[in-house]
Design a protein around this ligand. Sequence first.
Ligand code: HEM
Ligand SMILES: *[C@@H]1O[C@H](CO)[C@@H](O)[C@H](O)[C@H]1NC(C)=O
Ligand SMILES: *[C@@H]1O[C@H](CO)[C@@H](O)[C@H](O)[C@H]1NC(C)=O
Length: 321
Amino acid sequence: MAASSRFSLAAARCSLFLTAALVLLALSHGAHGHGAGLSSSFYDGSCPGMRDIVRRVIQDARVADARIPASLIRLHFHDCFVNGCDGSLLLDDDLQAGIMTEKKVLANNRSARGFDVVDDIKRALENACPGIVSCADILALAAEISVELAGGPSWSVQLGRRDGTSANIESANNLPSPFDPLETLQEKFRNLGLDDTDLVALQGAHTFGRTQCQFTQRNCTAGQRAGALLNLDGVTPDVFDNKYYGNLLQGRAQLPSDQVMLSDPVAAATTAPIVRRFSGSQKDFFKNFAASMVKMGNISPLTGRDGEIRKNCRRVNKKPY
Ligand code: HEM
Ligand SMILES: *[C@@H]1O[C@H](CO)[C@@H](O)[C@H](O)[C@H]1NC(C)=O
Ligand SMILES: *[C@@H]1O[C@H](CO)[C@@H](O)[C@H](O)[C@H]1NC(C)=O
């Protein structure tokens, strides 16, 4: 082999390696995002009334439906876990634009709710500051306000996300399932840069809201419809507190995916001590929950800061409401 071709082969290998390294770097920055570009003061100049507006709409909705704060935080979770926090969960079917909605995957169909409240928030924000606030940011802020209204911790919400223009059904089909073993849950969280403490803290959101009996440890009782609703936290159903962990310690968490954090063979060395810690100290739980919510909110789409500010969070033909 001639010296020059040996050299170019080496160079090609080297550049291949470099490219791979750069792609990996880009991926790790994208998928595990560091919240680059996000800031808690993002809308201070462009939409100063934002927080009050979001809070007022959620307050109003909560009067008619005590479950709304729980439903809203779950939307942020299901948004962030599918290609980052980009509001893609909110997109309706739009065959012209090649969008197949994530709302119909198993984890969301007849389950994810609160979309009307998100529409109300968006409408109010478009009135006050048209074209400024992203739907992804609405979900992030609504999650924090919801927790706070229910008696939980508050935290400084990082803002400045942009809305994705496509949905991803395949990834939405991979959302955590209530029947996943602990190691699968840990892996799904780890893939997004979330560790065992994040997993245990974030599942603490099951301190409020409802579940259909078909997803519970005990399943439905005879004669109950599969969709019959039960409180996720039987002790304080609408309050955001650490009672959920006490329920878990008594074997009374509703979902199998809750209970595995204590009962799974790998739990003893990983999640179980954290469950006990949070059960013993609401302050410790609140502090960690807030930190984990910021981490979850930092999961950024692979497309980085591309995207748009949607006028209509459902985006049907891009028409405003
Ligand atoms: C570890 C993985 C998780 C699994 C397997 C899981 C599973 C579920 C299931 C099966 C339901 C009941 C849905 C229904 O019956 O329609 C539910 C409800 C809920 N989840 Fe999770 N979840 C997980 C993590 C989270 C996280 C990280 C959050 C938020 C930070 C969250 C917040 C909620 C809330 C608040 C509800 C009640 C919603 C409502 O009442 O509308 N979950 N979850
Ligand atoms: C969603 O749920 C409805 C009602 O149970 C069902 O008819 C429909 O087939 C489901 N959609 C998908 C995509 O599974
Ligand atoms: C719950 O009960 C229904 C009806 O008996 C059954 O079809 C379903 O498989 C059960 N689900 C689980 C997870 O055991």
